[in-house]
Design a protein around this ligand. Structure first.
Ligand code: FES
Length: 116
């Protein structure tokens, strides 16, 4: 099944703290606005032990996992230091003031779902 675009949040409503998490079509999505104002989105699931990343701090384009401190570049999904596999990255776009995210047509598998 192919990917499709889904509404995420109005750009004007994006939190000032620079991150927004939502569950859409079964996927946990973490969207981040970096220092340059660019929006990025990754699967909201640490590749170490499946923690939600959205509780972590964003700094210089990287999210820090709140559980053990792994850091991931939110643009590329790469684990800084390469201790763990990279995050899955989703495409984002802003259309008419609405931020949309492009998600796979199939729901996430066990290796893509966070432990809540
Ligand atoms: S669960 Fe994220 S660093 Fe361990």
């Amino acid at each position: 099944m192919s990917e499709s675009w889904h509404p995420l949040i109005a750009e004007a409503a994006f939190p000032a703290e620079g991150k927004f998490a939502a569950q859409i079509a079964g996927w946990h999505v973490l969207a981040v606005r970096d220092e340059s104002g660019t929006y990025r989105a990754v699967n909201d699931r640490c590749t170490h032990q499946a923690a939600l990343l959205s509780g972590g701090r964003v700094r210089r384009g990287a999210i820090m996992c709140p559980l053990h401190g792994a850091r991931f570049d939110v643009g590329s999904g790469k684990c800084l230091g390469r201790a763990y596999p990279d995050l899955r990255v989703f495409a984002l776009r802003v259309t008419g003031g609405q931020i949309e995210v492009c998600l796979p047509g199939t729901p996430p598998g066990p290796a893509e779902r966070p432990v809540n």
